[in-house]
Write a protein that binds this ligand. Structure first.
Ligand SMILES: NC(=O)c1ccc[n+]([C@@H]2O[C@H](COP(=O)([O-])OP(=O)(O)OC[C@H]3O[C@@H](n4cnc5c(N)ncnc54)[C@H](OP(=O)(O)O)[C@@H]3O)[C@@H](O)[C@H]2O)c1
Length: 252
C-alpha cells in the first residue's frame, strides 16, 4: 500500500497502459480518477475493478481546455489534493509524410501535446500550494528516435519530451517531480489497431518485434510499474528524466 491515500489523475485511463496504471495505483492504495472520451470504457473498468479499490471516472476530451480544468477541479474536490498526474491519453496514425492531412497533424498535437500542457497548467498550481507533486508524461521511444511512416506521432511525442524537460527545470525547486516514460511497443488496443490496418498483420507484428533487442513487445503492466516507480516518494532525486522501457531499442 505504498500509495495509500494519494490522489491520482490518469488521462486515457479506461484502456491499455492507462488501465493497467489505474489498477496498479489503486491496488497500492491510491484514489484514482480516470478520464477518456468513451464513457463505456471508463465505466467498464470501474465496474471490473476489485471491490474496495478507489477508481472513479470523468468523461473528458484532453484537447478541450474546459474539460481539463474540470477534471483537475473534480479530483481536487473529491480528494482535497492532487499528488499524481499521469498524462497518458494519446492517439497515433501512420502513413507517408506528404499524405498526412494538415487537420490530422493538428489533431495529434491537440491530443498528444496540448492535452498534457493543459492538464499540467491546471494541476501545477495545486501541487505548488502543496509543495509536492508527481507528473509523468507518456511519450514514446518514437519521441526520442525518428520512425518512417509515423512522422506526426513522432513529432508530437518529441514535443512532449521537451515539454517534460523544461517543466521539470521550472519546478525542480518547488517539490515537483516531472518525468516521462518512453515505451517501445506495448500490447494495447492502440497496437492492435496498428496491426489491423497493416496489409499483412503477421508480418507487421514480426517486424515490430524484431525492432526490440528483447524480441518481444511489452505487457501494459510493465509500463505501469515504471510509472509507479517515477511517482514513488523514495525516488525523489529524479526529475526531467526520460525513462525508456523499450526492450533495449534506445541502447542500439
Ligand atoms: N502501445 C504502444 O505501443 C505505445 C508505445 C509508446 C507509447 N504509447 C503511448 O501510450 C499511451 C496510451 O496508449 P495505449 O497504447 O495504452 O493505447 P490505448 O489503449 O488506445 O490508449 C489510449 C487512451 O487515450 C484515450 N484518448 C485518446 N484521445 C483522447 C482524448 N482526446 N481525450 C481523452 N482521452 C483520449 C483513449 O480513450 P478514448 O478513445 O475513450 O478517449 C484511450 O483510453 C499513448 O499516449 C500512446 O501514445 C503507446
Amino acid at each position: 500500500m505504498r500509495f495509500k491515500g494519494r490522489s491520482a489523475i490518469i488521462t486515457g485511463g479506461g484502456t491499455g497502459i492507462g488501465e493497467a496504471t489505474a489498477l496498479l495505483l489503486a491496488r497500492n492504495g491510491a484514489r484514482v480518477l480516470i478520464t477518456g472520451r468513451r464513457e463505456e470504457k471508463l465505466k467498464e473498468l470501474c465496474s471490473r475493478a476489485e471491490e474496495g479499490l478507489s477508481i472513479e471516472y470523468k468523461v473528458c476530451d484532453v484537447s478541450v481546455e474546459s474539460g481539463c480544468a474540470d477534471t483537475v477541479e473534480t479530483a481536487f474536490r473529491k480528494h482535497g489534493k492532487i499528488d499524481i498526474l499521469f498524462n497518458n491519453a494519446g492517439i497515433i496514425f501512420s502513413g507517408p509524410f506528404h499524405e498526412v492531412e494538415t487537420s490530422r497533424f493538428q489533431e495529434i498535437f491537440d491530443i498528444n501535446v496540448k492535452g498534457p500542457f493543459m492538464m499540467c497548467k491546471y494541476a501545477i498550481p495545486h501541487m505548488i500550494s502543496a509543495g509536492r507533486g508527481f507528473i509523468v508524461n507518456n511519450s514514446s521511444v518514437i519521441g526520442l528516435k525518428g520512425f518512417a511512416g509515423l512522422s506526426a506521432y513522432s513529432a508530437s511525442k518529441g514535443a512532449l519530451v521537451q515539454l517534460t524537460r523544461s517543466m521539470a527545470l521550472e519546478y525542480a525547486d518547488k517539490g515537483l517531480r516531472i518525468n516521462a516514460v518512453c515505451p517501445g511497443g506495448v500490447w494495447t488496443p492502440m497496437f492492435d489497431s496498428y496491426l489491423e490496418r497493416a496489409e499483412d498483420a503477421e508480418a507487421a507484428q514480426a517486424f515490430m518485434e524484431s525492432l526490440h533487442p528483447m524480441g518481444r513487445l511489452a505487457d501494459p503492466y510493465e509500463i505501469a510499474e515504471a510509472v509507479l516507480f517515477l511517482c514513488d516518494e523514495k525516488v525523489m532525486f529524479n526529475t526531467g528524466s526520460m525513462l525508456s522501457i523499450d526492450g533495449g531499442i534506445i541502447a542500439k
